[in-house]
Design a protein around this ligand. Sequence first.
Ligand code: SF4
Length: 245
Amino acid sequence: MAAISGKQRPASRKKSKTSLRVTRDLKARAIEVLDRLDGHYPQATTELDFTNNFELLVAVILSAQCTDKRINMVTPGLFGAYPNASSMAQAEPEDIESWIRTCGLYRNKAKNLVACARQLVAEHKGSVPGERKALEALAGVGRKTANVVLSNAFGVDAIAVDTHVHRLSHRLGFSKANSPNGVEVDLMAILPKNRWTKSHHTLIWHGRRCCDARKPACPRCPVADLCPGEQTYPEDIAAALLEDS
Ligand code: SF4
């Protein structure tokens, strides 16, 4: 068998070797952290509103550099005007822009949505494909978007690394990787496969509700004793953070 050249080997795999040392203790701590957070956020799931796979794909493409709350404000109108891939495929990007103008990068997203819808019609009979390769070939769809769609629409175990998952993975000592792909590989190495999807949601919920980017609420964090990134605050700030709960 021919040797796999460096070019053929996925970059993310190479990254995982340098990012962290996966030990039994690390795996056990990760499970304890996720068990506690799952108990704290039993309802954790995607906060995007959608009723079918097409709407999910559109919402996830729109969600780049934008909050789910904002996306949920624009998608009812957008889905009312363009309920499926064939109707969106007939639109021009300018038509879409007027519906999503309040989302960041709306011009680019409008272009991608129309191109994506046209690909769905031309190559997948208007349906959203359930295979990674086909998803990642769609306009506006990268690995993170594909992971969200695969896990939420098709039940595939996957960890989509967004800004929250990236930040928490670093603070919790689950990854030292700089790239989302590297963090994803590290998380896949320390968490059992059947926990990947739920852990992704749980970490996002914890990031939104407690482990804030600028001022994490460590005084009321249920996993503070397990977190190497725990921060200490002066008494008055700690008390205020406790009250925020
Ligand atoms: S202890 Fe602080 S830094 Fe660690 S997960 Fe909790 S809120 Fe985040």
